[in-house]
Design a protein around this ligand. Structure first.
Ligand code: SAH
Ligand code: MG
Length: 222
């Protein structure tokens, strides 16, 4: 793990080490997988210097801090996209719903304030661009090869498939496609990231698996 300096942003945010901020942020990224994601992003940046990182599915900024710190250390920029209204499985009545992540005015989910706070506390506002909107809409105007594309958005069959279609082509040669919540065994979790993203990526012949950490799969673009 790289050493942290405490002068990351002009805001002069004082000195909470970024990894501690990640661990204290709401979300769904286990520490070991966050560390693996961070290391993979650092490695991708050395192979594709200067290229941006993209994250689909910011939520409250937990995984964003691991990736954003890698961007900061690489002199790269992370673009993280989310409409911040929550996936189906995050809505009221679903297993992963968190009542704190609801806007009191509208009664709708709004994870954006949490993400902004996480980036501020981690001192990463200069290294991360929060994009508020749909992932496919962003993909359609995106015209740059990315060193790392991390897909952790909606886990419905159609949404996951759309993210694969929209984003896989934006990974630079030598770059990394990272996919979260990949479960080959249906008894361990939902199948959409596995069937709609992981398998099509490998079967396309354009990606080769480099490593696995928990449900995180890291594929290298050939
Ligand atoms: N990466 C986060 C968790 C992301 S949860 C972490 O590690 O903690 C998935 C997120 O994807 C939700 O916040 C949801 O709002 C977002 N999402 C789902 N479908 C989306 C879409 N089509 N466009 C943009 N964001 C989407
Ligand atoms: Mg996830």
């Amino acid at each position: 793990m790289a050493r942290v300096k405490h002068t990351r942003d002009a805001a002069g945010v004082d000195s909470v080490p970024w990894r501690d901020v990640a661990l204290a942020t709401k979300g769904f990224m286990p520490a070991a997988e966050g560390d693996a994601l961070h290391a993979a992003a650092l490695a991708a940046a050395t192979r594709v210097p200067g290229a941006p990182f993209v994250e689909i599915g910011t939520y409250c900024g937990r995984s964003t801090v691991w990736l954003g710190a890698a961007a900061w250390l690489s002199d790269a920029v992370l673009f993280t996209v989310d409409h911040h209204r929550g996936s189906e499985e995050l809505q009221v009545g679903w297993e992963h719903h968190d009542a704190e992540v609801v806007d009191g005015r509208s009664g709708r989910m709004d994870s954006l304030p949490f993400a902004r706070t996480a980036l501020e506390l981690a001192g990463l506002e200069n290294s991360v661009v929060l994009v508020v909107g749909g992932s496919v809409e962003l993909a359609h105007v995106w015209d740059r090869a990315a060193a790392m594309v991390f897909i952790d958005g909606g886990h419905g069959v159609d949404v996951a498939g759309a993210d694969f279609e929209a984003w896989a082509g934006h990974v630079a040669r030598g770059g990394t496609l990272a996919i979260h919540d990949v479960f080959a065994d249906p008894t361990e979790g939902g199948q959409a990231p596995y069937e709609q993203i992981y398998l099509p990526a490998v079967r396309s012949g354009r990606f080769v698996e480099e490593s696995v950490c928990g449900s995180l799969r890291l594929l290298r673009r050939l």
